[in-house]
Write a protein of this length. Structure first.
Length: 254
């Protein structure tokens, strides 16, 4: 899927990336690469791995392949031994896990919770923390977080791949911070003027008379209905040329 052009979102041009994505104990190299890709398309760049299964995961072939053009994220990524190291400099950590039953941080949702967080003053340095694919986050890691976040999913099947969860939260956080502009891929529409529309209708009137479809002595409401039809269609200038070309062909052959 083609993403929109990566112009800086409103209000954040020139500012440092306020976000870090932290993966704990990641076991699949492909998830690291896909995470880098998910981050880059949303304009984030700070990736930290805590005790990944493979020490060389950042340079493995599968990692680089799944990054798909986001190798610069992998080059800058760091590998650390503890979550405490990964959270250094972060002022608001968000865990992607269920809150432990006994006690723990509050639960927020992506749309409402992140929108509120984005307006905080001063701006937080936010860290999204993801557990391993198999075990998720340990309770002691959840306790370090300011909040946990819950992605609303189908209650009968809420299983998200790690990189899918990263993409969802990266998108929602980018929307909260200020979305990228969508770049139009087609030229601006050149709507036909009222006089051009009336000229085409007059041309069609002659063609319909030539065909015997319209009786000029008893036109009734055919032309006004056609007028309403083309008004609803909001015809482009080139479409007017097509209609007049058809009318001319009808007249010439009649």
């Amino acid at each position: 899927m083609q993403a929109s052009s990566p112009h800086a979102p409103p209000g954040h041009s020139g500012q440092r990336d306020p976000t870090r994505f932290i993966l704990i104990g990641t076991s699949h190299p492909g998830n690291v690469g896909a995470t880098a890709r998910a981050m880059k398309v949303m304009g984030f760049s700070d990736l930290v791995l805590v005790r990944p299964r493979f020490d060389d995961v950042l340079i493995q072939e599968e990692t680089v392949a799944l990054a798909s053009g986001a190798a610069d994220i992998l080059v800058r990524a760091r590998v650390v031994d503890t979550l405490a190291e990964a959270l250094d400099g972060i002022t608001y950590a968000i865990g992607t896990a269920m809150t432990p039953r006994d006690f723990g941080p509050p639960t927020i949702t992506p749309r409402e919770g992140l929108a509120k967080l984005a307006t905080s003053t001063p701006m937080h340095r936010v860290g999204f923390v993801f557990g391993s694919e198999r075990y998720g986050m340990a309770n002691e890691d959840v306790y370090r977080c300011n909040a946990v976040i819950s992605i609303p999913t189908n209650p009968d099947y809420g299983s998200l791949n790690l990189s899918q969860a990263v993409q969802v939260l990266a998108y929602e956080w980018r929307q909260a911070l200020g979305a990228f502009a969508v770049q139009a891929r087609t030229p601006d529409i050149d709507l036909a003027s009222g006089s051009a529309v009336q000229g085409a209708l007059a041309h069609w009137e002659m063609a319909l008379i030539k065909l015997g479809f319209l009786d000029p002595a008893a036109p009734k409401k055919l032309l006004p209905r056609l007028n309403q039809l083309v008004n609803r269609a909001e015809l482009r200038q080139e479409e007017i040329h097509i209609l007049r070309g058809i009318a001319k062909a009808i007249i010439d052959k009649s």
